[in-house]
Design a protein around this ligand. Structure first.
Ligand SMILES: NC(=O)c1ccc[n+]([C@@H]2O[C@H](COP(=O)([O-])OP(=O)(O)OC[C@H]3O[C@@H](n4cnc5c(N)ncnc54)[C@H](OP(=O)(O)O)[C@@H]3O)[C@@H](O)[C@H]2O)c1
Length: 340
């Protein structure tokens, strides 16, 4: 069924793109990964898994065209996301302009399907929950604004007849991710402090479920021209998330709450000092906004239209994530187990 399917995956050295590239391979797709650093791809053994590697930067139109050539499907996952030591122009060059380059190359080379990865963050701090695909845009920082700008280009492509689907993932987690590691670590070593009330809604997306959503968007005829919020079946609160993690790690739930304003001030100062020096600030406002922005969404549209069915609940997902952290030696419980 899939032998004529040749997928380009951007961002395959990252958490989501790496999982997606391997899943597509497992489904019988021929897969090409466009990466900035072939050394990083080698370290991740992408080629060993049968994934073709091409070097290229997402902001470089010619590199994108070279990577797109010959493919039938494009999954655009690359983004500037985790680091914060960039000028605003860099976010737009990668998160917006790459979409224009991809659409032009895809049209020129007759790509059959394009799946563009946006973010639920285009909705920003959601006033009424659960939000859905029609909820107003409200990006709250440069990353979210640049992702929205990229999504707008993808929507222009749709309006012009391009076979594009847009995915807005909620907070992605699972084995291979390190964004939530600090949360796990500080809960385990009991140094975690909740900034603010912790009553704010939070919506996770387990990596395998999200990858299922991407694949459906690349294959299902009804996905063309549509935008989907993709995430777990249900959302929780930050307090709920922290309590679940504490149970998974078998430690008492953290109880201490601290006002968020001083943390935000420290983050602003950190960015002010670090950014001009090109240093990734250890604390920045986007990180602090984790404690402030309500994120809770309905995934009903994806369920109804393309048969998306998240299958990993929060507890299972957190257990699998903790297990991977232990295997990697990231959590103390690994050290205790190993010493026992
Ligand atoms: N993580 C979340 O909770 C979340 C939530 C909603 C949406 N998203 C979106 O989901 C996607 C994947 O997120 P993730 O967490 O898996 O990200 P990630 O692990 O940080 O991976 C990002 C990938 O993008 C690549 N990249 C960055 N700048 C690039 C450039 N100029 N040219 C080519 N590649 C570049 C990185 O390559 P290098 O290895 O070379 O750095 C890496 O492979 C992104 O589009 C993000 O906006 C993420």
């Amino acid at each position: 069924m899939t032998e004529d399917r040749f997928a380009l995956v951007t961002g395959a050295t990252g958490f989501t793109g790496g999982h997606l590239a391997r899943r597509l391979r497992a489904y019988g797709y021929r897969v090409r990964a466009m990466v900035r650093d072939p050394g990083a791809a080698a370290a991740l053994a992408l080629a060993a898994d049968g994934i073709e590697i091409v070097k290229g930067d997402a902001a470089d139109g010619q590199a994108i065209e070279n990577a797109v050539q010959g493919t039938s499907h494009v999954f655009h996952i690359a983004a500037v996301y985790r680091s914060a030591n960039h000028p605003d122009s860099h976010y737009f060059a990668v998160n917006r302009d790459s979409v224009g380059h991809l659409l032009a190359a895809a049209q020129k080379h007759g790509v059959r399907r394009i799946v563009h990865c946006s973010t639920c963050g285009v909705h920003g701090d959601v006033a009424e929950i659960p939000a859905n695909e029609e909820t107003a845009f409200n990006p709250g920082d440069v990353y979210q604004r640049s992702k929205l700008a990229g999504e707008m280009l993808a929507r222009e492509g749709i309006a012009a007849g391009a076979p594009v689907s847009i995915v807005r993932p909620t907070g992605i987690y699972g084995p291979g991710d390190t964004r939530f590691l600090k949360l796990f670590k500080t809960i385990e070593n009991r140094s975690f402090r909740m900034f603010g009330s912790g009553d704010i809604a939070y919506h996770m997306s387990y990596i395998d479920d999200l990858v299922q959503g991407f694949v459906l968007c690349g294959e299902h005829p009804r996905a063309i021209g549509e935008t989907f919020l993709i995430g777990s079946d249900s959302y929780t609160t930050l307090n709920g998330l922290v309590q679940e993690i504490a149970q998974v790690l078998d430690v008492p739930p953290p109880r201490l709450h601290i006002p968020v304003a001083p943390l935000m001030a420290a983050a602003t100062l950190c960015e002010y000092v670090c950014k001009p020096l090109g240093i990734d600030p250890p604390l920045h406002r986007r990180r602090v906004s984790f404690f402030l922005k309500a994120r809770a969404f309905s995934v009903e549209k994806a369920r109804q239209l393309i048969g998306f069915e998240p299958s990993v609940d929060l507890r299972q997902g957190l257990e699998r994530t903790a297990e991977w952290y232990r295997e990697m030696g990231y959590l103390r419980s690994y050290a205790r187990k190993a010493a026992a």
